[in-house]
Every structure is written in structure tokens, then in C-alpha cells.
Design a protein around this ligand. Structure first.
Ligand SMILES: [Zn+2]
Length: 214
């Protein structure tokens, strides 16, 4: 598992290599994923109560959309994990009802208490483990996002991708240096003058054309 930082991923021309961010196989799709992140200190406000926490969290939340490359197996990477956490929570509630119905009436309170305690601890552990394995942001600012739990293969592919882009930039710079910039500027100017000339060419009014027709 690796960590990558993406700069300006919402730029229209931004593109990531076609390598699955989860497993490193060839990507078959790009999924627009809106990531949300809160600075860590916001969670301290939970001590002050749920409402202050929710208000500040909503104000401080930073969001960024990334077109994430994914393979066929992982195209539902987030949905599957969130479904598991949510589904097991409802499963736990269903289990409580079941225990309430089946336990001997005298001990029903004890049974429900035990299921709630161990069920909730189990569910919490599951939620944490699932969350750790999920691609998630560890920082979002105005123009960058850091993503945690991406595949090592994706990180390597991204490095290669950037190196190639740098090389292309360098080649372009070298070409600019080799070719005398003055000549190119002249050509551009000529083009501009020609356009202007064509624009400014006097046109005969339509009426004149009509008058000449037999
Ligand atoms: Zn994959």
C-alpha cells in the first residue's frame, strides 16, 4: 500500500495512468470519485457535542473529484466497502431483535446487553479495518489531494507517467531553443497580418451585386 499526491486533478486536461489504483492491474474504467476530507482537529469538537462538531465539520470539509482508474474487479471499490459496513450494522440490529425474541424472558436483558457490547465492538473493528483498506484522502487543499492505500503498482506507474510528461516538456523546450524563435515569430506575425488583411478587405455591398445581375 502506498500514498500519492495529485496536483490539480480537477484540471480538464489532467489524466492518470491506466493502472488500477486498488490492485495495479490494467484499468478498464475511470470513475469520477468525489473525495471529502476534514482536518484532524475537527474531531476534537466531538467532545463539545455532536451539533458543534457537525457545523464545523460541514464548514471545514474540503472536497476534490478525481477520475480514478479502476479494473473491472474494483470498479465498485467504495460502494462495496461502504455496503459491507452499513449492511453489517443493520445485521447487528436484526440480531438484537432476534435475541430479544428467542432469549428466555428472565435473561433477555443480559443477552441483549452482551450482543450489543460484543456486536458493537466487532462492528467497530470491521469498520476500521475496511476503512484502512479503502482508498481515502489524508489531505485536501485548494489544488492538491493526498490519497492513502493506493497500490504500489499505481504509484510506480504514476512516477513513470510524470517522468514521460517531463521528458515531453523538455523536448518541447529544446525544440524551441533549436529553432530560431525570430523566424517562428515572423511566420506567426505574417499569419496574423494575412488574417487581418482578409478581415479588413473592403466588401461590395449586396445591392451592388444585385444591380449587376442581368
Ligand atoms: Zn483492481
Amino acid at each position: 500500500m502506498a500514498k500519492v499526491t495529485l496536483y490539480d486533478p480537477e484540471d480538464l486536461e489532467y489524466e492518470l495512468p491506466g493502472v488500477c489504483m486498488v490492485c495495479g492491474h490494467d484499468a478498464t474504467t475511470y470513475k469520477a470519485r468525489k473525495f471529502a476530507w476534514n482536518p484532524g482537529w475537527v474531531y476534537i469538537l466531538l467532545l463539545a457535542g455532536l451539533l458543534p462538531f457537525i457545523i464545523v465539520a460541514l464548514l471545514m470539509t474540503k472536497r476534490m473529484t478525481v477520475d480514478v482508474p479502476l479494473c473491472g474487479r474494483h470498479r465498485h471499490h467504495w460502494l462495496a466497502r461502504q455496503g459491507l459496513v452499513l449492511g453489517s450494522f443493520f445485521g447487528l440490529i436484526a440480531l438484537l431483535f432476534l435475541v430479544g425474541a428467542l432469549a428466555p424472558p428472565r435473561d433477555v436483558g443480559v443477552w441483549i446487553g452482551l450482543v450489543m457490547l460484543f456486536g458493537f465492538i466487532g462492528w467497530l473493528v470491521l469498520a476500521i479495518v475496511v476503512n484502512l483498506g479503502m482508498i481515502r484522502p489524508t489531505q485536501i487543499t485548494e489544488d492538491m489531494i493526498t490519497l492513502q492505500s493506493v497500490s504500489d503498482e499505481f504509484k510506480t506507474a504514476l512516477k513513470e507517467w510524470r517522468r514521460e510528461a517531463d521528458e515531453r516538456d523538455q523536448e518541447r523546450e529544446e525544440r524551441d531553443r533549436r529553432e530560431p524563435p525570430r523566424r517562428r515569430r515572423n511566420e506567426e506575425d505574417r499569419g496574423r497580418y494575412r488574417d487581418e488583411f482578409e478581415e479588413d478587405r473592403p466588401r461590395r455591398p449586396r445591392d451592388e451585386y444585385r444591380a449587376e445581375e442581368p
